[in-house]
Write a protein that binds this ligand. Structure first.
Ligand code: NDP
Length: 256
């Protein structure tokens, strides 16, 4: 990889919020590595149009150890002396089931926790470890959810993964604050965004998911934000000098 001044690594960039974040990062000419199960052909066009360097890896992050190993090797070979910053955005997420926990299979529980929590911890550990001696600014942004902070019936696995993400982010914030040149880290709730995830929530079985109508109403009232607007606000939030001062934040509290 040739060096550009800013390096981003974004998971779940094939669609939804992650895709919008990736497009905007490329439009600014930054170097980008993406990880998702599917590559996105449209991203290459953004890279070509703006002279940005794009690498897309196909990876199922419900089994993140191989991706973590590959990322360790990739970062070790990355020229970093000229990099002003390196940023990991753990964005990939999924709702494995919309049903009371008593009706959720062991496989769905494992998938939800492995993608939502285990993969983010593995990639965070790799990123923070492999870049620890890099001179540029280092930032870790975990895309969390209001549901990591508020309970909802039939969302136990998703809520647990996001709550775990929030607390481990707090722990890492303490660790990095005790380290000279430590990374700035934040778990950020992104608001309610018009993506496939919302389609899944509105399309759930109302008998199994009591809050289904609430999500249908949000769509009908036009209360969902677009992925592009949300991505703009998140990237502006990352640029704030106080990014990381509040390790568990909500974009809706930000004027950015
Ligand atoms: P989408 O469902 O639209 O997109 C999810 C992304 O995650 C896709 O790019 C998908 O890529 C990737 N992904 C899913 N499963 C895997 C997997 N096993 N391995 C690797 N990548 C995977 O979701 P959103 O864009 O809505 O969500 C983005 C983030 O924002 C998530 O963390 C979500 O929890 C959070 N969030 C979203 C809210 C909303 O209202 N939409 C509200 C609060 C938080 P692929 O299928 O190619 O693997």
């Amino acid at each position: 990889m040739s060096s550009s001044s800013h390096l981003f690594i974004i998971t779940g960039a094939s669609r939804g919020l992650g895709r919008a974040l990736a497009e905007q990062v490329l439009d600014q000419g930054h170097t980008l590595l993406t990880l998702a199960r599917h590559p996105n052909d449209g991203l290459q066009q953004h890279a070509n149009a703006h002279g940005a360097q794009l690498t897309q890896w196909s990876a199922d992050l419900t089994d993140a150890a191989p991706a973590g190993k590959r990322l360790t090797e990739w970062l070790a070979q990355t020229p970093h002396a000229q990099l002003a910053s390196a940023t990991l955005i753990n964005n990939a997420g999924m709702i494995p089931a919309l049903a009371p926990l008593r009706d959720v299979t062991a496989g769905a529980i494992a998938q939800g926790i492995r993608l939502g929590l285990e993969a983010t911890m593995i990639l965070s550990a790799v990123f923070l470890g492999a870049t620890r001696d890099w001179a540029g600014a280092r930032r870790l942004l975990n895309i969390s959810s209001g549901l990591g902070r508020h309970p909802m019936a039939s969302q136990a696995v998703y809520c647990a993964a996001k709550a775990g993400m929030d607390l481990y982010t707090r722990c890492v914030a303490l660790e990095e604050a005790q380290t000279p040149g430590g990374a700035r880290v934040c778990a950020l709730a992104p608001g309610v965004i018009d993506t496939d995830m919302q389609v899944q929530l509105r399309g759930a079985d109302a008998g199994q998911f009591p809050d289904r109508q609430r999500f249908a109403d949000l769509k009908n009232k036009g209360a969902l934000t677009s992925p592009a607007d949300t991505a703009r606000r998140i990237l502006a939030y990352l640029e704030r000098p106080d990014f990381g001062q509040n390790p568990v934040a909500d974009i809706r509290d930000s004027a950015a």
